[in-house]
Structures are given as structure tokens and as C-alpha cells.
Design a protein around this ligand. Structure first.
Ligand SMILES: NC(=O)C[C@H](N)C(=O)O
Length: 339
């Protein structure tokens, strides 16, 4: 299954975009996994056939550990997917990606993806030179899913360890096991069985955004944690550093304390949008608690509940809405329609 660089225009193509991650990593002289492989090499090593009248084409965007991605890198991935889908002969796109931040890139792609053709992210938990590397299976599954007509209309997907997950709500749930991803508040959307996509669940409604990818790299959105004794220092510091949005990772159903509520009110006055999520693994946040520091107080101070989104994807939603809409009041008012 070698990469093909130029194909006749009548040919239908599946394009694989490489970005690095463990799937592209080998152990260095110190035994540390380091991304080095171009994606074309991964495809050649796979040696499989798509089994359709499809031609594979590959392109490396960069070769990085996904923990080191910058907003500019993420914007580059978005542009590359959009440019690739401008080709009418393209059936779908696979993005190979590190698992650490795949949930962010997948959700960002999903928010701007207004096309029936599938975009699939995959990766690996074990380096390419591990004897039991999981990358080849994941990449093979991703190719099969993207080439499957049943994937049309499902949006951006994460295909990993046999699961097919909708981008929104998908999170990395284990640091090293090959079953690295789940949709803890729903899903999975489907699975891969005998090399075929099986859709188990109806895809959730998806709302799209139109934005200038350059803004993704210039708008600052931070994440602040809540814990016993926390005050407003981090929130204020982020606002002073130029943040236009901050995701507050609260406790429980979305609670903090009076000092944090005061800081949220101040940030709201300064035009900073505060999104409210939780450090709890599953369940939605809601403004059910009062007493000066509860979720009801945070919402009254201007914080916007992020539903079941956790910090990484909540940050992507704030960033994307700020890029698309600009005005903080419009962002606050519009955000719930994306949950
Ligand atoms: N499994 C992985 O891909 C983890 C790696 N640190 C990355 O995100 O690039």
C-alpha cells in the first residue's frame, strides 16, 4: 500500500495526513519514544490493501509529539484537511496524531467540518518499533472506516482499538493501555468488526462554525483549576496575560468558592468568557448549588456551563466561538447550541 503522489483525476483518493505521535515514534538511544517516522513509511509498512478502487496518498504536516502542538499547528491541520477535501475525488481523510491531544484536534476539526465525507483521527499507544505495536491495526481500521460509505455524514471520528468514536465528547482515558479513548458520556458511535465499520448509535446533532484559522493561533484561551483553598490568582493572571476565554475546571457539578466567583465576575466585566467544567470524569455541570461559591453563583457571575465537555474540548469550543463570533456576549449566548 505505497503512498502515491500523483494519480489520474478520475481516481478516488483517500488522503492520510501525518502529524507524528507515538504511532510515528521509535525509541531513541535513551529508550524514550520520539516521533520520527513520516506517514508514508507507516503506510508502506502496513502493506495492506483498501479493497476498493481507491488510491492512497500521504502527506506529512509535521512530526511532533502531540503534547507539544501549538495552536498554529492545530490551525495547520484544519487548513490541510479543508484543502484536501477541496479535491472532489477525495473520499475522506485520515489524520495520524498523538493521543495526548487528539481529542482537541478532532473536536476542532469537527466544529468546522461541514462535509459528508469522513475525517478520521487515529494513533497508537505503543511506538512503531514495539513488538506489539498497535499503530498498524489502528491505521488499517481508520483506512477501512474512512473508505466505508457508512461513514459518510458521521463527521470527524476517532478510530482507536476497534472503537469508532464521535469527536465531540471523546477523551483519552488511559495513559498507556491500547484502549486509550472513550466517550464517557455516551457512545461509542460504532466499532470495527471483520474490517468493516459497524455503526451502533445515531450520530448526535452537530453544529458547524465558520472561522478564520489564523485566529485560532492568536486568541488566547486558558484553563484554571479549582481545589480547596484556591483563589482568583490564576484567573486574574490569565486575563492580564490577554486571555479572551478561560475554562474553569471546577469541583463536583461545577462548584468553587466565593473568591473564585468574585474573580469570574471581574473577568466577565473585563470581557473574558469563562466556561464552566468539572474535574469529575462523567456527567454534565449545572448551576445547582448556591452559598456564594456554588455553580449557581458562578453562572450568576457570568460563567457558561460546558455540559459534558471537559477542559480540553471546552477550551477548543471557547476558542472556536471567539474566533467565529468575536463578541463575548454573542459567544455566551451561542455556546449552549453547541453542547
Ligand atoms: N500515545 C501517544 O501518541 C502519546 C504521545 N505523547 C503523543 O501524544 O504524541
Amino acid at each position: 500500500m505505497p503512498p502515491v503522489s500523483s494519480v489520474p483525476s478520475a481516481t478516488r483518493r483517500v488522503v492520510v495526513l501525518g502529524t507524528g505521535g507515538t504511532i510515528a515514534s521509535r525509541l531513541d538511544e535513551h529508550g524514550a519514544a520520539t516521533p520520527v517516522d513520516p506517514v508514508g513509511g507507516l503506510l508502506a509498512d502496513l502493506g495492506a490493501e483498501l479493497g476498493h478502487d481507491l488510491v492512497l496518498e500521504s502527506r506529512d504536516l509535521f512530526v511532533k509529539d502531540s503534547s507539544a502542538l501549538t495552536p498554529a499547528d492545530q490551525a495547520l491541520v484544519v487548513r490541510a484537511v479543508q484543502e484536501t477535501l477541496a479535491g472532489p475525488d477525495v473520499v475522506g481523510v485520515v489524520v495520524t496524531h498523538g493521543t495526548d491531544t487528539a481529542e482537541e484536534t478532532a473536536y476542532l476539526l469537527d466544529l468546522v467540518h461541514d462535509d459528508e465525507r469522513p475525517v478520521v483521527l487515529t494513533g497508537a499507544q505503543r511506538p512503531a518499533d514495539a513488538p506489539d505495536a498497535d499503530g498498524p491495526r489502528n491505521l488499517r481500521d481508520a483506512l477501512r472506516v474512512v473508505a466505508d460509505p457508512a461513514a459518510r455524514g458521521l463527521g470527524v471520528l476517532v478510530v482507536f482499538d476497534g472503537l469508532v468514536l464521535a469527536a465531540r465528547g471523546t477523551r483519552k482515558v488511559h495513559t498507556h493501555q491500547t484502549a486509550a479513548f472513550a466517550q464517557p458520556d455516551g457512545g461509542p458511535l460504532g466499532h470495527v468488526a471483520d474490517g468493516r465499520l459497524v455503526v451502533d448509535d445515531a450520530p448526535a446533532h452537530r453544529a458547524h462554525l465558520t472561522l478564520d484559522t489564523a485566529d485560532l493561533a492568536s486568541i488566547r484561551v486558558d484553563i484554571a483549576a479549582v481545589y480547596p483553598g484556591v483563589d482568583g490568582t490564576a484567573l486574574q493572571a490569565f486575563a492580564t496575560a490577554g486571555a479572551r476565554g478561560v475554562v474553569l475546571v471546577a469541583t463536583g457539578a461545577g462548584n468553587a468558592n466565593p473568591a473564585v466567583v468574585a474573580a469570574v465576575a471581574d473577568l466577565t466585566d473585563r470581557g473574558v468568557v469563562v466556561g464552566l467544567t468539572t474535574r469529575v470524569d462523567t456527567g454534565p455541570v449545572w448551576g445547582g448549588y448556591g452559598g456564594g461559591g456554588g455553580g449557581a453563583d458562578l453562572v450568576a457571575a457570568g460563567a457558561v456551563p460546558l455540559g459534558t465537555l471537559r477542559a480540553g474540548q471546552g477550551r477548543i469550543l471557547l476558542l472556536s466561538l471567539l474566533a467565529a463570533l468575536g463578541d463575548p456576549d454573542r459567544v455566551r449566548a451561542t455556546l449552549p447550541t453547541y453542547l
